[in-house]
Write a protein of this length. Structure first.
Length: 156
């Protein structure tokens, strides 16, 4: 009887491993693997990134909106600076999809929103914003200031 139990466990263990391997990684895990990943807002929830990353959400009523295209080009041009500050980019160009971000932030047309790691809205802009200005706003956040202090205090 004991050998049957051991055999059952031996047979079921690989199956449970397959089941866990088949589940897709969470958005936060995907982002941590590649911090330059841009997510569609309807595929994620803002809570997926709470205490992990600072979401920058870019809204438009269509991907053809010139402001949307300009904002995405600005973000892509300096993606390294954003990754250094734990920024995740979310886009939402479908007002009918009612993503979690759209319901939470309620944009009208084009809007850029920056959220802190705790999920609070740090800023909203109705026009494209340069990465330089975004990083300045992020660097003034208390948690970011603490991250900078901790990095400088850590032994190499």
């Amino acid at each position: 009887m004991k050998s049957l139990a051991i055999l059952a466990v031996a047979l079921l263990a690989p199956l449970s491993a397959l089941a866990t391997d088949a589940t897709p990684p969470s958005p936060a895990m995907q982002w941590q693997a590649d911090p330059k990943t841009v997510f569609e807002a309807h595929d994620v929830a803002l809570a997926d990134f709470q205490w992990i990353a600072r979401p920058v959400v870019v809204f438009a009523d269509t991907p053809a909106d010139p402001r949307f295209q300009q904002q995405m080009a600005l973000l892509a041009a300096r993606a390294d600076e954003l990754a250094e500050r734990d920024v995740v980019i979310l886009t939402d160009t479908d007002p009918t999809a009612l993503s979690d971000a759209r319901q939470h932030l309620r944009p009208r047309g084009f809007m850029l929103a920056l959220l802190a790691k705790d999920g609070t809205v740090a800023l909203r802009k109705p026009f494209p914003w340069d990465v330089r200005e975004l990083t300045r706003a992020i660097d003034k956040m208390p948690l970011r200031e603490q991250e900078i202090r901790d990095r400088h205090a850590a032994p190499d």
